[in-house]
Design a binder for this molecule. Structure first.
Ligand code: NAD
Ligand code: UDP
Length: 325
């Protein structure tokens, strides 16, 4: 039987990769997106596939359909996008999640949700395991995203506990690759576009803050492995760990300072005339971030395979095409 999959936010960066992989695996794929940060250009190559459907819809409005699985990705993900309309961001996180879970409850669909390392805030535990509760400002500029995602996790846990909805959550750590929005302000797209256009490389703060960067193919692999597990296996695994929600950190534990990232980008683009300049660090910018991925390794037998150097090279190739347009 062909599996029917719905991806909310499927015209975005990660969603378009996921849609492609699900189609390759033989699924019937419906992408629902309001194109706030996503674009049809990300999914043009899928439009002619008879197993692919695109629906223009805002996830804050209820929706209906019979699907075997729903992947909930709809939410702006970069700080400049999610801070543009913060009320809309928290609404998208909470109401979108609620609408997905209501649909799953009525149709018995399996749910996958994209949570984030941002739920750990500016972490005081390093690296961050799933058991860490986080250090989050409730009223800062990043709160609309962080708290929206935290509330979405709470909804997932309660729908699982109260109504037995089969829901699986991944806390994604900084992910990059082709089809990132070139103007989304995230560090990898910014540095590559700046270097390609010979503009200054904008290093915020001293550049000593760290992130762990995961190539998108590694993430999509983990999502597919997680969703392929049967319900009992997932329930038993997380019950044995005494966790209230099936949630896994997924990221690449290789940790780099942002200064190292700027230097590596310039090393891979030796023709660039860009120079590094320093700009103020945005408020509430986390100082360190690195996933503890032991649980994902144990449950999925998964480990990220693509190092920063290689993933950056693929991403630069993609952005060369974008910069020429
Ligand atoms: P993205 O901005 O490229 O994709 C988000 C998609 O959601 C876009 O296509 C956008 O148009 C759509 N969308 C936004 N609001 C919507 C609404 N109200 N109704 C319907 N569609 C809506 O971002 P991404 O990097 O692909 O992120 C996908 C998901 O993964 C997001 O939920 C994000 O929070 C999560 N995530 C991403 C990262 C990362 O590093 N990329 C890290 C942690 C979590
Ligand atoms: N950053 C930077 N220059 C930029 C964009 C971002 O130095 O042009 C820094 C930012 O301050 C943060 C890190 O890079 O410390 C990652 O930023 P991004 O917005 O990509 O992700 P997030 O902060 O959400 O992890």
């Amino acid at each position: 039987m062909i599996k029917k999959s719905l991806i909310t936010g499927g015209a975005g960066f990660i969603g378009s990769h996921l849609a492609r992989r699900l189609l390759e695996a033989g699924h019937e794929v419906t992408v629902m997106d309001n194109l706030f940060t996503g674009t049809k250009a990300n999914i043009y190559d899928l439009m002619d596939n008879p197993r692919f459907t695109f629906i223009l819809h805002d996830v804050t409005q209820p929706f209906w359909g019979q699907f075997d699985e729903v992947y909930n990705l709809a939410c702006p993900a970069s700080p400049i996008h999610y801070q543009r309309n913060p009320v809309e961001t928290i609404k998208t996180s909470f109401l979108g999640m609620m609408n997905v879970l209501e649909l799953a409850l009525k149709t018995k669909a399996r749910v996958f949700h994209t949570s984030t390392s941002e739920i750990y805030g500016d972490p005081q535990v390093h690296p961050q395991p799933e058991s860490y509760w986080g250090n989050v400002n409730t009223v800062g500029l990043r709160s609309c995203y962080d708290e929206g995602k935290r509330a979405a996790e709470t909804l997932c846990a309660d729908y699982a506990r109260e109504y037995n909805v089969d829901v699986r959550v991944i806390r994604i750590f900084n992910t990059y690759g082709p089809h990132m929005h070139p103007q989304d302000g995230r560090v990898i797209s910014n540095f590559i576009m700046q270097a390609l256009k010979n503009k200054p490389i904008t290093l915020y703060g001293t550049g000593e803050q760290t992130r762990s960067f995961q190539y998108v193919d590694d993430l999509v692999k983990a999502i597919l492995l997680f969703m392929a597990l049967d319900t009992k296996r997932v329930k038993d695994f997380f019950a044995q760990k005494e966790m209230g929600l099936p949630v896994l950190n997924v990221g690449n534990p290789g940790e780099y300072t942002i200064k190292q990232l700027a230097e590596e980008t310039l090393r891979q683009l030796p023709e660039s005339r860009s120079q590094i300049i320093f700009q103020p660090l945005p408020k509430d910018d986390p100082k360190r971030r690195k996933p503890d991925i032991a649980l994902a390794q144990e449950l999925l037998g998964w480990t990220p395979e693509i190092p920063l150097r290689e993933g950056l090279a693929h991403t630069i190739d993609y952005f060369r095409g974008v910069a020429r347009k």
